[in-house]
Design a protein around this ligand. Sequence first.
Ligand SMILES: [Zn+2]
Length: 347
Amino acid sequence: MLPDLKVLPLELLSELKAGLPSPAQRREPAPAVTDRRLDFSDVCGQEMTIRALSIAAAGGHNVLLVGPPGGGKTMLARRLATILPPLTEKERVEAALVHSVSGLPEDDILRGVRPFRAPHHSASIAGLVGGGSPVRPGEVSLAHQGVLFLDEMPEFGPASLQCLRQPMEDHRVTLVRADGRLNFPARFTLVGAANPCPCGHLGDRNKACTCAPGVVDRYQARIGGPLMDRIDVVVRVERPDASKITSCEGGPTSNSLHASVCEARERSLRRSSTGENPSGSALLGQCDLSDKARGFLEASANRHHLSGRGITRVLRVARTIADLDQEGRVHEGHLAEALSYRQAGVT
Ligand SMILES: [Zn+2]
């Protein structure tokens, strides 16, 4: 952590207006991804990843894409920006404010486009969570109401990844300095991409992994348990078979995926006017499980040794999957799919 940076509970968004940097002191943070030419229809043989990204877009779930180099993780993650639901009026104002105080253009945000930030793994901690002198919002705040994409996530280093924990928990960052305190909002969806091991080929069908077992464990531990605990969807991204590419007629278009995502998001907003993720009995009520689905969940929880928190995460993802399927109730199939995204992709 920076010596002059301390993280405290949130107060008001309006405090953000205090102590802003003057235009001359503003810097140019990592570029947002706004390339309109990207489309999921260009992608062949990656149905599972596209499905996982649609679930992330619809429910705001954090995602980790794991797979060998050349499998298309980055290219897939960048296309997520093309299917995110539009910002609501309130979200638009909040996100525009952060960009405005950073001296960045707000035009896309004012049109309802969610921010998509992709900082490099060499970014400083101040660059990621905010700080510096004068204090500036970090990437977590520039990604407010949008997506923070961390390519090559294990390369960010433990100190940087550690700094993401608090904003991910509180959806805000408070920077305390000698001359005052600044709050920045930081409610973002995290999308990470990672090789399964340093050589990149663990679990690869076509190439053997050359890493020693201890090295693999240390590499996978770099992201850290507390951060992994907040990632609901882990998906293995394979290099598609040559046959899939040659016979490819194009996947679903970003437009059609965007329509399903928006419909799912609207269903979820109709259930909860606050837009907050429910938990406990409220979540169970919204899932409206049949006896059979409940039995399936209990058996799965025992088999996979799921904690109460683990069960909540599975239910949240299953609720989003049911929304994408336009189902009022969460069925066994939704639960089974949600369970399949639990860290299964790592090895
Ligand atoms: Zn390896």
